[in-house]
Ligand binder design. Structure first.
Ligand code: HEM
Length: 118
């Protein structure tokens, strides 16, 4: 009985504290990431400015009044050059077409750079 209590105090309690510490540290890191990401995403761009990024080597698109820099994705896009259909402009209709499954919507955050000025 005494041995069990000793094991509990010397092993189980430190283990529980360690888990709490790791979870707290992990949550803080995640919060930092979200903050940085949101700061970047809160820039506002005019339509004219977005329109200047209208080529394969520098491609921004607008989806539902948000601005995405998809330059790094042009060559990877499974739909090929369709992603350039409205280069520098509003691609909302094309993007939300039947060719895109819901997993494509989850990729969007990776490319978000800001909002369109209203
Ligand atoms: C952030 C921008 C975009 C991302 C991340 C993206 C991603 C993808 C992905 C992952 C697929 C494969 C199908 C799937 O997994 O559901 C796909 C297919 C396709 N995408 Fe996009 N896409 C983007 C923008 C666009 C735009 C603006 C158009 C304009 C029409 C477009 C047209 C297509 C087409 C036509 C296909 C079908 C390809 C095929 O199956 O033959 N995409 N896209």
């Amino acid at each position: 009985m005494e041995a069990t209590v000793t094991v509990f105090i010397s092993l189980v309690i430190p283990a529980i504290l360690l888990v709490f510490f790791l979870v707290a540290t992990y949550s803080r890191c995640r919060a930092d990431l979200v903050e940085v990401h949101n700061e970047e995403a809160h820039r506002t761009f005019t339509e004219a400015e977005v329109l200047t990024h209208n080529k394969r080597s520098d491609l921004w698109i607008i989806l539902k009044n948000k601005v995405y820099d998809v330059t790094s994705f042009v060559e990877e896009h499974p739909g090929g050059d369709a992603i350039l259909n409205n280069a520098g402009g509003d691609s909302t209709v094309g993007f939300f077409g039947p060719q895109h499954g819901t997993k494509v919507f989850e990729m969007l955050d990776d490319f978000l750079i800001g909002d369109l000025e209203q």
